[in-house]
Ligand binder design. Structure first.
Ligand SMILES: Cc1cc2nc3c(=O)[nH]c(=O)nc-3n(C[C@H](O)[C@H](O)[C@H](O)COP(=O)(O)O)c2cc1C
Length: 190
């Protein structure tokens, strides 16, 4: 079994990546393979609404950038973690571009993400992270994915790179999320 985590942060190895890696720790304890993809430095533009995905039905987006590599990893995985820092109370534009295109290509090809496990996590300096998490969850629900929870909303608090590691409650929330995602995956795949 495999889980791919995608960080939509503009900062490589920032707080979002730290949170995803904390979830990974629990998954790996249960023998689940993990892979982190960071959108920082990658090129992923927004959806062009060209509808080529519906015409071609080849499980790809016709735009030639880093999206198809990310989407292939999502398709190969049994679980997907989407992480984004909170920017103006929402996800980053890079994460929104990934979600719009993944959602459209998946639906154009017969719900390719159906019954994968999905979890969204966010980090903020102070406020807005819960809206960011809710926004990302929309992809999972409309894609017929199964979403595990934790014992608090899936968010952490931190501003400078690395600060979220000191948010004990946020890290604990990621630990419990990892435990629940592992449990769910075993039920789905068992
Ligand atoms: C453009 C921009 C907008 C931001 N907007 C918010 C916000 O609305 N609320 C908040 O609490 N923090 C906000 N932040 C702070 C980031 O969420 C915070 O620094 C976070 O830890 C960054 O995560 P990263 O290290 O994964 O990039 C913003 C940061 C940037 C660069």
């Amino acid at each position: 079994m495999k889980v791919v985590g995608i960080s939509g942060s503009a900062r490589k190895d920032g707080n979002t990546a730290i949170m995803i890696k904390r979830v990974f720790e629990e998954l790996e304890k249960e023998g689940i393979e993990t892979e982190l993809i960071q959108l920082a430095g990658k090129k992923i533009r927004g959806c062009l609404a060209c509808m080529k995905c519906q015409e071609n039905q080849d499980k790809r987006c016709s735009v030639d950038d880093d999206f198809n590599m990310c989407f292939e990893k999502m398709l190969q995985a049994d679980g997907i973690i989407l992480g984004s820092p909170t920017y103006f109370s929402d996800m980053t534009p890079e994460m929104k571009a990934l979600i719009d295109r993944a959602g459209y290509v998946a639906r154009a090809n017969g719900d390719l993400l159906k019954r994968k496990a999905g979890a969204a996590v966010s980090v903020a300096r102070r406020a807005g992270a819960i809206h960011t998490v809710d926004s990302m969850n929309h992809l999972f629900f409309i894609s017929q994915m199964i979403v595990p929870g934790s014992n608090y909303w899936n968010l952490g608090i931190g501003r400078e790179k690395g600060e979220v590691g000191a948010d004990a409650e946020g890290m604990q929330t990621m630990r419990v999320l990892g435990e629940n995602m592992a449990w769910l995956l075993k039920k789905i795949k068992g």
